[in-house]
Design a binder for this molecule. Structure first.
Ligand code: ZN
Length: 558
């Protein structure tokens, strides 16, 4: 078109076109270094907000799909800071997004972290032995009360800078709802919650900083409930007239135990019977068994699912009952994280470094490690190195996280930040002990610093995002394409945990954190930090009254 007219200018223009992006790519925005220093200071200055968010979510202690106090509090806070809130995304009432845009709105960086907790994991913070606030109640025995503080405080620091410096971009903050049921992230992906997102920065609590890229070592997961229906009858008067749905559930479980011998070493599977009938003198007319089926990839996990369906059919045949429903409750792909983003984020981890732990922090950590018969290693003092891809053919499997589904749809990383203690069993009251103490607060402040630095890198160095998509399209998904476990017809299992929260919420509400009256949640509960047993359980005699370091203040009034 114009090249005939402007023939003489073409070589010069071509040179400009070719050189300019390369130069821009190589040279970071000249403001970047100063803005990073400013962001570090802003996060530090806002560490009170980190502590309040961490403590508040800890006190709510909400199970998956029931995170309504958490939703109200966090969306209120983000709305106050100018974020546009959308509640009930992907048909999940306790889910939400918070979006803020500047300039052109590009790039779009999403910041996510889980918010749900664990059944029966209720625990007083800062107390190094089992001592619940509300016995039997759920609690943050996974530490999911800390990640939103990391993301929100980082986002607020960077938002200020973006406004003043006219930096374009969108910050999209989102919660992992019902992560313990791997219940929502595949639905977020399916229903377009992340449409237009350039990079997804996920955070998860750990006992050190952590960052990795490539194939993760965990498993994919298919969570599925099998409901059987039979016929009730008087279990003593006319048992021959009954057809027991519980028999079907138990035979299915027994069949699965025989099948287990023939699974590969990386496979993990476990089940609970969530409905085993009403009472013994009534032949159970309904029964439901809930399986978690885990393998390394989509195909192997689907093979486990297909085997379980056959076993359910066999169990129904044997008992003359019917399969009423086979409901997918949650799913997760194995994780694969972005190499270019992980490398940038790891450099920021090295820059921020681990928090400075106090003697009290270390005393608490050693106290619970001793209590659980673990090595008394205290807290992390040396950074883990950047992790690389795991060879799945040698993997022995492990846990799952539905961030895997997100990671197969856009460049994604998980920042693990040091808000918890080493040597704990996971999904347990012990994992809640540190989660509303200075250990959690300092770890989350450090995490927020790393997250803020990474946001600035992504906003001011466009080449990172280009590299991330190049890796995503041309390495990660070159051969392996994402096939969701869920179908278009599947619905999120939002009924889960409603009954448990209905029972315990009234008992937990009196202990919700009130920052207008108390500096910290430890202050509100009257807990002396730390409160630990001086000796291991094995060294004590049963029933012996124990002296407790820091006194017994943690026992009082709860
Ligand atoms: Zn988790």
């Amino acid at each position: 078109m114009r090249h005939t007219v402007m023939r003489g200018l073409v070589p010069a223009m071509l040179a400009l076109v070719l050189v300019a992006p390369t130069l821009q790519a190589r040279q970071a925005d000249p403001r970047l270094e100063a803005l990073k220093e400013e962001a570090l200071q802003k996060v530090q200055d806002n560490s009170k907000m980190v502590q309040e968010i961490v403590d508040m979510l800890f006190s709510f202690g909400e199970l998956g799909f029931q995170e309504f106090e958490t939703q109200k509090y966090l969306t209120g806070l983000l709305a106050d800071h100018g974020f546009a809130i959308e509640k009930g995304v992907a048909g999940i009432p306790s889910a939400w997004t918070a979006r803020w845009s500047n300039g052109t709105g590009k790039p779009v960086i999403a910041l996510g972290s889980d918010v749900d907790d664990i059944p029966q994991a209720n625990q007083k913070p800062g107390v190094g032995y089992h001592d619940p606030i509300v016995p039997g109640a759920p609690g943050h025995g996974e530490g999911h009360n800390s990640g939103q503080a990391v993301n929100i405080v980082a986002a607020l620091a960077v938002k200020d800078i973006m406004e003043r410096e006219n930096i374009s971009g969108t910050l999209l903050i989102w919660p992992g709802i019902a992560e313990e049921q791997v219940g929502t992230k595949a639905f977020y992906v399916r229903d377009g919650v992340f449409d237009g997102v350039d990079v997804n920065l996920f955070t998860h609590v750990g006992d050190n900083f952590g960052m990795s890229w490539g194939t993760g070592g965990g498993n994919a997961l298919w969570s599925v409930q099998f409901k059987f229906v039979g016929e009730s009858a008087h279990a003593a008067g006319a048992p021959w007239r009954g057809r027991s749905a519980l028999d079907a559930a138990m035979l299915m479980a027994t069949g699965w135990e025989y099948h287990r011998e023939h699974l590969q070493p990386a496979a993990r599977s476990h089940y609970v019977i969530v409905d085993g009938g009403d009472q013994p003198n009534v032949v159970p007319q309904t029964a439901t068994i809930w399986f978690y089926l885990r393998e390394r990839d989509y195909e192997k996990t689907k093979a486990m699912y297909d085997a379980a369906v056959k076993m359910a059919q066999g169990a129904a045949l044997m008992t003359n009952t019917e399969i009423d429903t086979i409901q997918t409750v949650g799913t997760a792909w194995g994780r694969h994280f972005s190499k270019p983003v992980a490398e940038i984020e790891y450099a920021n981890i090295e820059r921020v470094g681990l928090p400075k732990w106090s003697d009290a922090d270390i005393t608490l950590a050693k106290g619970i490690q001793r209590e659980l018969g673990q090595e008394e290693v205290g807290l992390a003092t040396k950074l883990d190195s950047l992790g690389g891809p795991v060879d799945l053919s040698r993997s022995l499997g492990g846990g799952s996280d539905d961030i895997g589904d997100v990671s197969w749809n856009m460049p994604t990383v998980t920042l693990r930040f040091p808000s918890n203690m080493p040597g704990l069993p996971g999904h347990n009251w012990a994992n809640g002990i540190a989660m509303a103490t200075p250990i959690a607060h300092k770890g989350a402040v450090a995490g927020a610093k790393v997250q803020a630095l990474t946001l600035l890198d992504l906003l001011l160095r466009p080449k990172i995002i280009a590299d991330a998509w190049d890796y995503f399209n041309n390495v990660q998904t070159k051969e392996q394409k994402y096939i969701p476990f869920i179908t278009a017809a599947d619905k999120p299992a939002t009924f889960l945990n409603a009954d448990i929260m209905e029972k315990y919420r009234p008992l937990m509400r009196p202990y919700y954190y009130d920052p207008s009256k108390y500096d910290t949640y430890l202050d509100q509960l009257g807990i002396t930090y730390p409160t630990v047993h001086p000796k291991a359980i094995s060294d004590r005699q049963d029933g012996q009254q124990q002296d407790r370091q820091g006194g017994a203040a943690g026992e009082g009034g709860l």
